[in-house]
Write a protein that binds this ligand. Structure first.
Ligand code: SF4
Ligand code: SF4
Length: 405
């Protein structure tokens, strides 16, 4: 596609936008896997239409509230990237284009306040206590609020740090409050194989929540804080940074883009991105030997978009669990988003509910004994619509491993 970007689009952002826009041949194949296009059938609610809207905005054409709303409705699932035959890096273009659209057509004050409130809640140290309170009051809550209460967490005990081999664990924000058992399960599994997981004092949220809710500057400062906290550990021999939620892991891989205009952190961000690992990449390389046959072998695995389209690790978790004696059932349209997409489900409850119901139906169609996933947002969102709470796939791994020594 030919482009005539306005002079206001400068630096590396210009190069990112030009590369993506020129690569797009407007074939529309991406529409076939876009959840919002599938729900609405509207061109502007699919990637091709959104790319066209971003092109117009970046070329200095007038931008309306409808343009902003079409971009806001994008889940950021990146299914379009996996489908695109031309290799268009939609998410990188989106980051540049969405910012330009927000500048040309700012949000009303009420919508800005809602986003600020979600950011504050997600990053609040009281999130875990609020989630526990919500569980206690759940029977009294109206349906829409009931659906937002996270399920009860699993085991949170961790082994002592005792091994020379170490990896850094991303602490996270919502996850540390509502699902501390994700990191705890990773720590117990890797401890059996001689790897200690450490959390760096001062590190926390990866930045995805503010980054996706109009607060890129806040996301940058959280990224810098994490880099400052992790650098000494990585320099001291820690092998990798592990994120047990794939959404957070995918965001860590985007730090080089997030900090591209910051000369003090740009190189550090690039080096960090090379050391980020999803637990499946570490665990599948271990000499695993299941000792107990799974008590509930027939399972369904929800592979989050961030894992499939962001980290490109599609199929790896089911393959690992199969190796351990599980029988992962086929899941129809497994490439489709569950509708969580971070805070997107809170801002688009109708579409989010429809996407969730479709995923729950697909995941439970074969009558699995249990359903597993790999991301905090999917875990909370799908649990609200599923007949039984979902679990993290690390819990399935731990169930069949030898007892810890
Ligand atoms: S599939 Fe790729 S090239 Fe085709 S319209 Fe979508 S983004 Fe453009
Ligand atoms: S990121 Fe997902 S929702 Fe957004 S345009 Fe691409 S496929 Fe559609």
């Amino acid at each position: 596609m030919r482009t005539r970007l306005s002079d206001a689009v400068a630096g590396e952002a210009r190069q990112v936008a030009e590369t993506a826009l020129r690569a797009c041949v407007h074939c529309g194949m991406c529409n076939a896997t876009c959840p919002t296009y599938q729900l609405t059938g509207e061109e502007l609610m699919g990637p091709r239409g959104r790319i066209y809207l971003m092109k117009q905005a970046l070329e200095g054409e007038p931008v309306s509230d409808l343009t902003r709303e079409a971009l806001d409705a994008c889940l950021g699932c990146r299914a379009c990237e996996t489908t695109c035959p031309s290799g268009v890096e939609y998410h990188r273009l989106f980051e540049v284009g969405h910012a330009a659209i927000l500048e040309a057509a700012p949000r009303p004050a009420g919508a800005r306040r809602v986003r600020a409130a979600i950011r504050a809640l997600a990053l609040s140290p009281a999130f875990g206590a609020l989630a526990a309170l919500g569980r206690g009051l759940k029977p009294l809550l109206p349906r829409p609020l009931k659906d937002k209460v996270p399920p009860a967490p699993g085991r949170t005990d961790r082994p002592a740090i005792r091994h020379a081999r170490r990896m850094v664990l991303l602490t996270g924000c919502v996850q540390s409050g509502a699902a501390a058992h994700f990191n705890a399960a990773a720590a117990r599994i890797l401890d059996r194989y001689g790897i200690s997981l450490v959390e760096a004092p001062g590190a926390g949220c990866c930045g995805a929540v503010p980054g996706h809710l109009d607060a890129r500057e806040q996301a940058r400062s959280l990224a810098r804080r994490n880099l400052d906290a992790w650098a000494p550990l990585l320099n001291d021999g820690a092998e990798a940074v592990l994120a047990t939620s794939s959404g957070c892991g995918a965001y860590l891989h985007d730090y080089p883009d997030l900090l591209r205009d910051d000369p003090a952190y740009r190189d550090l961000a690039r080096r960090l991105a090379e050391r980020v690992r999803d637990p499946v990449e570490v665990i599948e390389a271990l000499p695993l030997e299941a000792v107990a046959p799974p008590a509930r072998p027939r399972i369904a695995v929800h592979e989050p978009c961030s894992l499939q389209h962001g980290l490109r690790l599609s199929g790896r978790i089911p393959a690992l669990l199969r190796r351990l004696g599980y029988e992962p059932l086929p899941v129809a349209d497994g490439h489709l988003c569950c509708g969580s997409a971070g805070a997107w489900s809170l801002l688009h409850p109708d579409m989010a509910g429809r996407l969730r119901d479709a995923r729950v139906a697909a995941l439970t169609a074969g009558g699995p004994d249990a359903v597993f996933t790999a991301n905090i947002g999917c875990w909370m969102h799908l649990s609200a619509g599923a007949p039984a709470p979902l679990r993290h796939w690390l819990e399935a791994v731990e169930e069949v491993l030898p007892p810890a020594r």
